[in-house]
Design a protein around this ligand. Structure first.
Ligand SMILES: [Ca+2]
Length: 259
């Protein structure tokens, strides 16, 4: 029988294989047979953190590009939204983060790029939480739930903060979100469907400082801004140097639900 029989236990064992060893060929084959991982990897992300680790110091990069992230006060092992997604990372809203080292692979200039992830927010609606933060040399880009009575995920740009945003989401419920910049237009997808756009994004995205998942910072990625950290769960975070199409977004969303 194919590995689609997989249970959370199976994915945890794959994660255990990966921890500390890099992506072994056996693990790579497992990723190819996992419907969600296969769908994401087929669209060639720069990095893809499956967040399946339950121990160790790093979140491995399933692309093989070796953009592993350092785990800081993150707990693993909790089941994700669907069995095909394995387990996820839990963030405490104060100090948890995954820190991905700066790399030239992330320099996309004014070009297209995408950020895809699954999230489950545990915070009351009036607090802020950062899913992803890049800030350095005058550049500032964030994906977050803004402060205030805001139950949506937005993109923060220095020129037009919180302009592009998703439809409202529910607290303590899993959602799939994809941010896409195509031709200078921001797009937000929630649970497979386009929910919002905003024009005029010409921000130079040469991400030449560490990227944080689950936390914000004020200029030094080694020192988090505690009030802005994510409280809840994040899983399957992929960054692309391309604009995912609506069809690709929908296909990923459906692949996660494959039995
Ligand atoms: Ca996962």
């Amino acid at each position: 029988m194919p590995l689609l029989l997989s249970t959370h236990r199976f994915f945890a064992s794959v994660a255990a294989l990966v921890v500390g060893l890099g992506i072994s060929s056996a693990a790579a084959r497992a990723e190819e047979s996992n419907p969600y991982a296969a769908a994401v990897l087929a669209d060639r992300p720069i990095s893809f953190h499956r967040c399946d680790e339950t121990e160790g110091k790093y979140a491995q990069d399933a692309t093989g590009n070796e953009h592993r992230g350092a785990l800081k006060n993150v707990n693993g092992g909790e089941p994700s939204a669907h069995p095909a997604l394995g387990t996820c990372f839990a963030f405490n809203g104060k100090s948890s983060r995954v820190q991905i080292p700066a790399h030239s692979d992330y320099k996309v200039g004014k070009g297209d790029f995408s950020v895809e992830f699954w999230f489950n927010c545990h915070d009351p609606m009036n607090s802020r939480g950062e899913i992803l933060k890049f800030k350095g040399e005058g550049k500032d880009f964030g994906i977050l739930k803004p402060l205030g009575n805001s139950n949506f995920i937005a993109v923060a740009r220095p020129d037009r903060p919180f302009q592009a945003q998703t439809d409202p989401f529910s607290i303590r419920v899993w959602h799939h979100a994809v941010y896409v910049r195509r031709g200078g237009v921001d797009h937000w997808y929630l649970d497979g469907s386009l929910t919002g756009t905003s024009t005029g994004n010409s921000l130079v995205m040469d991400m030449n400082a560490d990227i944080l998942i689950g936390a914000d910072h004020h200029g030094d990625p080694n020192r988090v801004a505690r009030d802005n950290c994510w409280n809840g769960l994040i899983d399957e975070l992929a960054i692309y140097a391309s604009a995912l199409t609506p069809e690709q977004v929908e296909a990923h969303y459906k692949a996660a639900q494959a039995k």
